[in-house]
Design a protein around this ligand. Structure first.
Ligand code: PMP
Length: 361
């Protein structure tokens, strides 16, 4: 058996050189005579490793000094609740733009905490497009606008950052962080679970403009107060040390491979290959997202008959193509083609899809 191409939506494929280095260092990390998992987060070796990961991420994303970078636990879902608590008081309003499942989830987590409004939604069309910016109903005086630049399940992506004036823009970038350059200054907060483009699960990255923290006027338990994590270099309590270390290796891999600019070119190429094969299949495969909103990271697609789903998945697996089953909310297939998926993997998928269509069309 050999390693396959893994199209899982997350936890997702990691760059192979990173996995090799983790294996290499598993028993003895640096001069610690123990693994990275077994040493104190307060020890100098881990403090240095953590700081280096933050420096590399700041360099990769050109994060200005006015922003704190946090490496936390709890995943993006926990942050969807912690952010409303930390950005505004209970009487404040915040706007949510819904373009898929994860935006809805973020809204549900905000509702108990402040006045959360739906400023725009593309739910009526089954989340196959993005609401036109001119139709957004922003609330005057809202504390922030939340949106999901890439919806992992519905495969819908903003290819531009929406303009919301001076209101802080809060973006859940779980499934497209570092897939292309992003102008951090356009955002109040960027947050994302690591398990798609950055590393293993167990880690969520938060990039937050420092002046937005600590103004909520709430009486929060200290552990929910993000400012406490910011003041303590994300070590207010024990961080997810193994995931942080591996994310640091992924940052090194990204730097060695041309960073976000090179990822953008490669991701565009992979997306073009896959959508090209779907659109060129004479209707055998179908992607229902409006072409200008199609995600470069998550590509849902359907076969002409759901009865073909099982044989497709079984044969794909035998051909070394894993994780293609669509999310249960949509059915069908989904290929997630994050940074760590090489062009060769997408070529292998496209070849398999062409062959399967010829045999079953
Ligand atoms: N937001 C987006 C865009 C996601 O893709 C996911 C996970 N699939 C989440 C939030 C939830 O992340 P977590 O499981 O880390 O809480």
């Amino acid at each position: 058996m050999s390693r396959a191409f893994n199209f899982s939506a997350g936890p997702a494929a990691l760059p192979e050189p990173v996995l090799r280095q983790v294996r290499e260092e598993m028993l003895e990390w640096k001069s610690e005579r123990a693994s990275v998992m077994e040493v104190s987060h307060r020890g100098q070796a881990f403090i240095d490793c953590a700081a280096e990961a933050e420096r590399d991420l700041r360099e990769l994303m050109a994060i200005p000094d006015e922003y704190a970078v946090l490496f936390l636990q709890g995943g993006a879902t926990t942050l969807a609740a912690l952010l409303p608590m930390n950005l505004a008081g209970p009487d404040a309003s915040a706007d949510y733009v819904l373009t898929g499942h994860w935006g809805e989830k973020a809204l549900e987590n905000a509702k108990p905490l402040l006045h959360a409004n739906i400023a725009a939604s593309s739910k009526e069309g089954g989340y196959t497009s993005l609401p036109d910016r001119n139709d957004w109903q922003l609330t005057p005086g809202a504390a922030y606008v939340h949106y999901t630049p890439n919806e992992t399940i519905h495969g819908v992506e903003f290819h531009d950052i929406p303009d919301v004036g001076d209101v802080p823009l809060v973006a859940d970038v779980s499934s497209n962080i570092l897939s292309r350059p992003m102008d951090v200054r356009r955002f109040g907060v960027l947050y994302g679970g690591a398990q798609k483009n950055l590393g293993p699960s167990g880690l969520v990255i938060v990039i937050v403009r420092k002046d937005l923290l600590g103004r909520h006027g709430r009486n929060l338990p200290p552990i929910f107060e993000l400012q406490n994590q910011a003041k303590n270099d994300s070590m207010f309590n024990t961080p997810a040390t193994l995931s942080w270390y591996i994310a640091g290796l992924v940052f090194k891999w990204l730097k060695a491979n041309g960073g976000a600019v090179a990822m953008e070119a490669q991701n565009r190429e992979k997306a073009n290959l896959l959508y090209g094969s779907i659109d060129g299949s004479g209707g055998f495969y179908r992607n229902e997202v409006r072409p200008d909103c199609r995600s470069w990271m998550n590509v849902p697609f359907f076969l002409p008959d759901a009865a073909l789903d099982k044989p497709f998945l079984k044969e794909a697996e035998a051909a070394g193509l894993l994780g293609l089953k669509g999310h249960r909310a949509l059915g069908g297939m989904r290929a997630s083609i994050y940074n760590a998926m090489p062009v060769a993997g997408v070529n292998a998928l496209v070849d398999f899809m062409g062959d399967f269509a010829r045999r079953n069309g």
